[in-house]
Ligand binder design. Sequence first.
Ligand code: FES
Ligand code: FES
Length: 166
Amino acid sequence: MSDVSFTVNGRRVSGSAEDRTLLVHFLREHLGLTGTHVGCDTSQCGACVVHVDGKAVKSCTMLAAQASGSTIVTIEGLADGAELHPVQASFKEHHGLQCGFCTPGMIMTATDMIARHPEGLDEAMVRAELEGNICRCTGYHNIVKAILAASETMAKGAKGKAKQAA
Ligand code: FES
Ligand code: FES
């Protein structure tokens, strides 16, 4: 067993985990954060993506003990109270989901992708970046549309804030 402690969605949490416990299982089973899904056992589907120290990570590829000391954000930590994160709002507006199973991972991947490309994204970039996220329902078209729209909205928001500060 190892002692683990992290900041998850702004809250300090600690506990103990078997050395072989994967981060995704710790989040789901010890912390009850079941928005992070497990869709495969081959690290291919991306349903388990969370942010670890600001980077999108497949939480089935990391041990809970390895993540100890990190700052983690899961899908439950993305909204600002009742206000959806712009990527969540865009998925809703552009019908970027059907069954919703892949959606938490898609959204966590998308927020990381948008943050790494403040200059903007195009369709080819989004499709290439989604290589590690599988959706069995949507055919991806509306997911790509939702991400592109969110990227534009967030870029406009950032410009607006910069103008206000000037
Ligand atoms: S559960 Fe499928 S990639 Fe992690
Ligand atoms: S919406 Fe069903 S798997 Fe993507």
